[in-house]
Design a protein around this ligand. Structure first.
Ligand SMILES: Nc1ncnc2c1ncn2[C@@H]1O[C@H](COP(=O)(O)OP(=O)(O)OP(=O)(O)O)[C@@H](O)[C@H]1O
Ligand SMILES: CC(=O)N[C@H]1[C@@H]2OC[C@@H](O2)[C@@H](O)[C@@H]1O[C@H](C)C(=O)O
Length: 381
């Protein structure tokens, strides 16, 4: 039994694939999922995507007051506000207490994690309190700051036979293992779709390898694959996390291959690194979410390498394109209630760690307190 009453949140996630904003509505008390509401995606325009990509490439040396950064942040926030507005129209009977706004990660390396997005502006635009900045507290406490989905994944898996895993194949791939003892272990596993997206775009001008067509027409280059697998990240124990660009030199390593063979080699790289992630026990079942599950080349490569059957999130009635957005609605409510967002076994943080910050825009503190009812721990921004 949870100590807290249920609230309704909209979670907003714009992932490392730079494809757009996922939004999902969720009702939860921060422990149990009471209702999965509707979900949607608002794609970035190609122009915004290109600007964000330049910012991501430049991020290590970028000043927070850079004019192009601030302009992109404003436009990005507007896309999030549109997503909130559209989602509200889909569920007019569900008043929204809170928004969980992840923001766009532009850097995640060397004990620095940086998500852009203007939470105060979003709160003004939506007239709703916004929780944001989910990762900083974990990093400041000595954790990896990612992945943060594991506590949500564990809530989703609570009635499944263990050991069981959820695998998210986004730009980067990450997994959560719920062990037979009920422990929650997690890490990023390696590349998901991001390298393949970049390779496909470079060679075809199309932003991703639709239905795995390019990869399926190619052949894996084993020597290059073995070279890629020798990266020290893969021998590091979990918890561990990645930046979108962590393996970017792989694109140089495969530069001499044909577009099809390069794509096939990158698909094998993704699948091998997932299948060989060191785990204390092998899950009886893997449930896959994230855009990579739409790529048959990745799913076939995974099925060949994993000892147990691979299922889709949809096999349990979940929406595999919405889980990350739902997660940030769930974490926003946990943040509000002062519950941890991460554990030593999920990010390596020394003790269970709270996180997130609250922005209230034009909502006066007394109104926010009335809306949120139990807002005891925040200095309202
Ligand atoms: N039909 C399809 N065929 C092949 N790949 C697809 C298809 N549909 C989606 N994808 C892949 O899924 C990606 C988007 O995945 P997703 O939305 O899970 O990423 P994300 O949320 O940005 O990632 P992250 O988990 O890193 O935050 C696309 O960039 C593409 O590579
Ligand atoms: C720093 C950052 O934004 N990391 C993302 C990224 O995308 C997938 C993987 O890398 C995961 O670690 C994380 O997102 C999910 C939502 C997470 O925190 O669990």
């Amino acid at each position: 039994m949870s100590a807290f009453p249920p609230l309704t949140a909209i979670g907003l996630m714009s992932g490392t694939s730079l494809d757009g904003v996922d939004a999902a509505l969720i009702q939860t008390d921060g422990t149990r999922i009471i209702h999965h509401g509707p979900a949607l995606t608002v794609p970035y325009t190609p122009e915004l995507r290109t600007r964000l990509r330049h910012i991501l490439d430049a991020a290590p040396l970028l000043s927070p007051s850079d004019a192009a950064l601030l302009a992109a942040e404003r436009d990005l926030t507007e896309v999030h506000a549109i997503a909130v507005q559209k989602l509200r129209q889909m569920a007019p009977d569900m008043p929204v207490d809170l928004i969980g706004f992840h923001g766009q990660t532009i850097l995640h390396q060397h004990s620095r994690t940086w998500q852009i997005g203007d939470a105060i502006a979003l709160s003004f635009a939506t007239d709703t309190p916004v929780i944001h900045d989910f990762r900083t507290a974990d990093v400041q406490a000595g954790g990896e700051g990612a992945p943060l989905a594991p506590l949500y994944h564990a809530a989703l898996l609570h009635d499944q036979p263990r050991p069981v895993a959820i695998l998210n194949i986004g730009g980067v791939a990450n997994l959560t293992l719920l062990t037979s003892e009920g422990d929650i272990l997690a890490c990023d596993t390696g590349p998901g779709n991001a390298l393949l997206d970049d390779w496909t775009f470079r060679h075809t001008g199309i932003p991703y390898d639709k239905d795995g067509q390019l990869a399926r027409s190619g052949k894996v280059c084993e020597p290059i694959l073995q070279h890629l697998l020798a990266h020290p990240f893969f021998s590091k124990p979990a918890p561990k996390s990645l930046d979108r660009l962590s393996f970017h030199t792989a694109l140089q390593d495969i530069a001499t291959l044909s577009p099809a063979d390069g794509a096939a080699t990158l698909v094998a790289f993704t699948a091998e690194t997932i299948a060989h992630t060191p785990l204390p026990e092998q899950p009886q079942a893997w449930f896959v979410c994230g855009g990579g599950r739409h790529n048959p080349a990745i799913m076939e490569a995974l099925a060949q390498r994993l000892p147990h059957q691979v299922f889709l999130a949809e096999d349990l009635g979940w929406n595999g394109d919405a889980l990350e957005a739902e997660c940030f609605g769930f974490l926003a409510i946990r943040s509000l209630y002062g519950l941890p967002l991460s554990l030593p076994s999920t990010t390596g943080v020394p003790v269970p760690q709270k996180g997130g910050r609250l922005s209230c825009g034009n909502i006066t503190p007394w109104k926010a307190k009335a809306v949120l009812n139990r807002n005891l721990q925040y200095n309202i921004v």
